[in-house]
Design a protein around this ligand. Structure first.
Ligand code: RB5
Length: 140
């Protein structure tokens, strides 16, 4: 199960990402928001992170204007390793080296096509483990 959530700035891109995931055979749980009406991104970041922490969802995708506010909130939640990415290499290597479990995207930074590519590689790339697990253990 993949969790998705956004604030008002990320709402439209979150809906497109949700459709992309469903079209590609993934089960998706949507933690809001449900419109472009102004709201507070920490509310939605925390809801999504709780679903990842509990194991209900294996990974999460958070969308706000920049991806940065969402990543700041997510990285304060225990066991969450969130990465704000706007390029393919980072989305891939944050899985391989950081075992990131939440991808944060900026709807005012990147377009739908790139966003879906980043989601795709983030979900499909495995963690390498080994020395990278040791480094994660040093900060978890
Ligand atoms: C909302 O205007 C904007 O501040 C928010 O979406 C996000 O970019 C914060 O980091």
């Amino acid at each position: 199960m993949i969790a998705v959530a956004s604030d008002h700035a990320g709402y439209e891109l979150k809906e497109k990402i949700k459709a992309y995931l469903i079209d590609n055979g993934f089960a998706v749980e949507d933690f809001g928001t449900n419109s472009t009406e102004s709201c507070d991104y920490p509310v939605f970041a925390k809801k999504l992170c709780q679903a990842v922490q509990s194991g209900k969802c294996e990974k999460g995708i958070l969308v706000c204007g920049t991806g940065i506010g969402m990543s700041m909130v997510a990285n304060k939640q225990k066991g969450i390793r969130a990465a704000a990415c706007s390029d393919y290499f980072s989305a891939k290597f944050t899985r391989m080296h950081n075992d990131a479990n939440v991808l944060c995207l900026g709807a005012r930074v990147i377009g739908e096509g790139l966003a879906c590519e980043l989601v795709d590689v983030f979900i499909k790339t495995d963690f390498e483990g080994g020395k990278h697990q040791r480094r994660i253990d040093m900060f978890e």
